[in-house]
Write a new protein. Structure first.
Length: 247
């Protein structure tokens, strides 16, 4: 479906498309995918849940607010992680690939070494001519095309400054957390960083904390067994869901 105007973010720059609903007087549809096949043209793939939609119908387009918040957290988290990696590796670590959706982000880049801690910084979105953006050192990414007037997303001023058309949080603290969940090789000299963001990030850290507490508990019980001459303790091992010392 094509609308004369839309609040939905089309998949671009590594950010997955928005989810939400279209409602008409006697019809409702769920938005499954949003693409921009040509500049200025946004197409919505929908599943009609009730009634019928016809050309010329007036619809109310509403992005799922929870989805959008998650998408903003994940996309801003991608910028923060990218800047943190560049801080460690230097300017050569320009991300050749990224993907983000609510709760999850992925960054592919040349990488060796450790990452710095997360940071809390102000976020700002500005529009400016492309030449001006280049002058202040905004990062333009491979494989992206830019018009003459560009959108610059700053987090912490010059610390993270990228040309970007995606959706972002108003302040970096709204990202909640960027929890690294994986680091692997995806090709010659190319590493993949994966992270959980927002609520998913907190949930991941809670699970990881509970796991660490369990491992510590097992080690203590093992030590007690040794001290008592190797007798079994007669206590059933903890299972997932027992509770434990999670945050
Ligand atoms: Zn971006």
């Amino acid at each position: 479906m094509v609308l004369d105007r839309t609040p939905f973010h089309a998949e671009s720059g590594g950010q997955d498309s928005d989810a939400g609903r279209l409602t008409a007087a006697s019809a409702e549809a769920e938005v499954l995918d949003v693409q921009r096949p040509l500049p200025g043209l946004v197409t919505h793939q929908v599943r009609v849940l009730a009634g019928e939609l016809a050309p010329g119908d007036e619809v109310t387009a509403a992005v799922d607010p929870e989805w959008r918040l998650g998408a903003r957290q994940a996309h801003s988290g991608t910028h923060v992680l990218h800047a943190a990696v560049r801080q460690v590796l230097g300017p050569a670590a320009l991300q050749p690939g990224a993907y983000n959706r609510p709760g999850y982000l992925r960054l592919d880049l040349p990488w060796r070494g450790a990452l710095s801690a997360a940071t809390r910084q102000e976020g700002e979105v500005r529009r400016m001519p492309l030449a001006e953006a280049r002058r202040i050192g905004a990062l333009a990414l491979f494989g992206e095309t830019y018009g003459e007037d560009v959108r610059v997303v700053e987090i912490g001023g010059a610390w993270s400054r990228e040309l970007c058309g995606g959706t972002h949080v108003a302040h970096a603290s709204q990202i909640g957390v960027v929890a690294l969940t994986g680091e692997s090789s995806v090709g010659a000299g190319l590493r993949r960083l994966e992270a959980a963001t927002g609520f998913e990030g907190f949930a991941y850290l809670a699970r990881a904390g509970t796991g660490a507490a369990r491992r510590t508990g097992r080690a203590r019980r093992g030590a007690a067994r040794t001290a008592e001459g190797g007798r079994p303790q007669g206590r059933a091992p903890r299972r997932a869901g027992d509770g434990g010392a999670g945050p």
